[in-house]
Design a protein. Structure first.
Length: 71
């Protein structure tokens, strides 16, 4: 598997966040990060999912609209 890093900054002070803890299960990753200047901790959740083609996404939206119309 390829390891990569996502740049995430504190939403309050835009400072760098320190990785405190984390876990991964399949395609779901959860990390706890902390901001030293703010003294706050944040949860970052990432889920990897296959990208749908535009045609597949459009067909799924059309099916959803038809289901709503029937209900």
């Amino acid at each position: 598997m390829t390891h990569f890093t996502l740049a995430v900054l504190c939403p309050i002070c835009e400072g760098e966040l320190d990785h405190l803890n984390g876990t991964a299960h399949g395609t779901l990753s959860v990390a706890v990060v902390g901001c030293r200047p703010c003294g706050r901790e944040w949860t970052v959740t990432v889920r990897l999912a296959p990208l749908e083609s535009p045609e597949t996404a459009a067909a799924a939206r059309a099916r959803k609209r038809r289901r709503r119309a029937v209900l």
